[in-house]
Ligand binder design. Structure first.
Ligand code: ZN
Length: 210
């Protein structure tokens, strides 16, 4: 087995992250299966960290979970297929797309620490209210690329979350990207850095003058 292959097979979500102290039975809070049932996985926490509707993307609804809160069944591992869109290779090279090699159901996008899972494959998502609530869309991103308007009153970002214009359901700008939370935070950090540099410069000058 090549070294890189060994590595992913020994990491979450393909085995339990030992540091979590979780057991296989803990991964039954929600269960997911691909279309042909060869790939099965479970979640150890109820609520997604975040759930977004991505506009202009083929798999529009995505919920974020830490990798160590997801576990694939052992028998499913050999039915997984990976794809890295940058290298265009079917290898486990993060960030990568994870799908069933038999029915080709897209299962999730795997990053270094988080997985963006597609809730449509979660059991009970259409029939159980509690399950639906756990994966409920909290915001919309890339709303500028929408195909149709969504009147659900949820926050809508023109592009990236908290880092672009905020729009209303009809796509009208209600807050400029300059005031977006992440942009503001970056500006604040930048200002602090500049202040510090100014102060250091002044002190340097003072030292020289003395
Ligand atoms: Zn399948």
């Amino acid at each position: 087995m090549p070294e890189s292959e060994k590595e992913w097979r020994n990491s979450a979500p393909y085995v339990i992250d030992e540091e979590t102290g979780l057991k296989p039975k803990d991964f039954n809070v929600h269960r997911g299966t691909c279309f042909c049932n060869k790939v099965k996985w479970g979640f150890s926490i109820k609520d997604a960290l975040d759930s977004k509707q991505l506009h202009g993307a083929p798999y529009q609804w995505a919920a974020i979970f830490p990798k160590n809160k997801i576990l694939f069944d052992k028998e499913s591992i050999d039915y997984l297929q990976f794809y890295n869109s940058k290298t265009q290779e079917n290898r486990h090279d993060m960030p990568c797309k994870v799908a069933c090699s038999d029915c080709h159901s897209p299962i999730m996008d795997e990053g270094r620490n988080m997985c963006l899972v597609f809730p449509t494959l979660v059991e009970g998502i259409r029939t159980d209210r509690e399950t639906a609530k756990a994966f409920e869309v909290k915001c919309h991103i890339f709303y500028d690329r929408r195909v149709e308007l969504v009147h659900d009153g949820k926050p809508k970002w023109a592009e990236a979350k908290e880092d672009s214009d905020l729009l209303d359901d009809d796509g009208n700008k209600i807050q400029d990207h300059q005031d977006a939370p992440r942009k503001k935070k970056r500006d604040e950090e930048e200002d602090k850095k500049e202040d510090k540099e100014d102060k250091e410069e002044k002190e340097d000058k003072k030292d020289k003058d003395e």
